[in-house]
Ligand binder design. Structure first.
Ligand code: CAA
Length: 259
């Protein structure tokens, strides 16, 4: 079935797919249906051998203004428990291929949390990041208190989570939340360019490198080092390792096949 709230571009550059969040009138508010479509699209693209990197964007005005407040407003705690909307996010977190967020305009609440689930973040000069849930009587629920704190440190995370203040793209760059800031007309192209740079490399090595970096967030240093070392050794079972190293010796560009 055609998704209703997202647009999937299978190939915007060689081996690069693009998912656009598409509820523009609601500033891409993340209702349950959109999140289910996003989860299903990511599962499909993650399993597609032609795809090596995935860009997620909104539009110029909004990446996403958060979870859909209107859909949540009347819910009871038991409804929330039964719906368990954030379990969808756990599936997104399991995407093995690199996710690059292209952010312009608002990335708020769940929008900011979705951005932080991505592996690299390109922002336009107009991007605004925030966790304003505190202003509607709740708090971040999809990783905001944890991933934001790890990304920007306690002082700024506390300020954003406790006051709901939005930060600019420049401030987000300075704080280490995002990778780069570009003029608004370039934000999507720059994200695709970054995705293309990754997609030109060995997809197996990229997946294992992503997995290893993420391991740093929920392991001790020793566990993380052991995990990294095993992935490094494991890559010597791949044809891409043979190709990459032989190409270096031959002084030519390697051709990676993901095997
Ligand atoms: N949920 C549902 N609808 C939303 C929405 C949201 N998160 N954000 C914006 N919209 C809707 C507005 O209701 C409005 O719809 P109508 O035209 O039907 O009234 C439309 O999008 C445009 O929004 P505004 O008129 O408010 O646009 P603005 O430019 O004046 O303000 C804004 C933009 C500052 C982003 C403002 O819309 C806003 O504050 N939005 C809510 C932000 C927020 O609180 N997000 C956190 C949600 S909770 C959450 O995300 C929990 C979690 O951890 C996962």
């Amino acid at each position: 079935m055609q998704p209703q709230f997202i647009i999937i571009h299978q190939q915007v550059a060689p081996h690069v797919a693009h998912i656009q969040l598409n509820r523009p009138k609601e500033l891409n508010a993340l209702n349950l249906e959109l999140m289910a479509e996003l989860r299903d699209a990511l599962k499909l693209l993650d399993a597609d051998d032609h795809v090596r990197a995935i860009v997620i964007s909104g539009n110029e005005k909004a990446f996403a203004a958060g979870a859909d407040i209107k859909q949540m407003a009347g819910k009871t705690a038991i409804d929330m428990y039964n719906i368990d909307q954030f379990s969808t996010w756990d599936t997104i977190k399991k995407t093995k291929k690199p996710l690059i967020a292209a952010v312009s305009g608002f990335a708020l609440g769940g929008g900011c949390e979705l951005v932080m689930l991505c592996d690299m973040i390109v922002a336009s000069e107009t991007a605004r990041f925030g966790q304003p849930e505190i202003k509607i009587g709740v708090m971040p629920g999809a990783g905001g208190t944890q991933r934001l704190t790890r990304a920007v440190g306690k002082a700024l995370a506390m300020e954003m989570v406790l006051t709901g203040r939005f930060i600019t793209a420049e401030e987000a760059l300075h704080a280490g939340l995002i990778n780069r800031v570009v003029p608004v007309e370039l934000f999507l192209n720059e994200a695709i360019r970054l995705a293309s740079a990754v997609a030109a490399l060995s997809p197996l090595a990229v997946k294992m490198a992503k997995e290893s970096v993420l391991k740093a967030f929920d392991s001790t240093l020793e566990e993380g080092l052991q995990f990294e070392r095993k992935n490094f050794y494991l890559l010597f079972a791949s044809e891409d390792q043979k190709e990459g190293m032989q190409a270096f010796v031959d002084k030519r560009t390697p051709v990676f096949k993901g095997k």
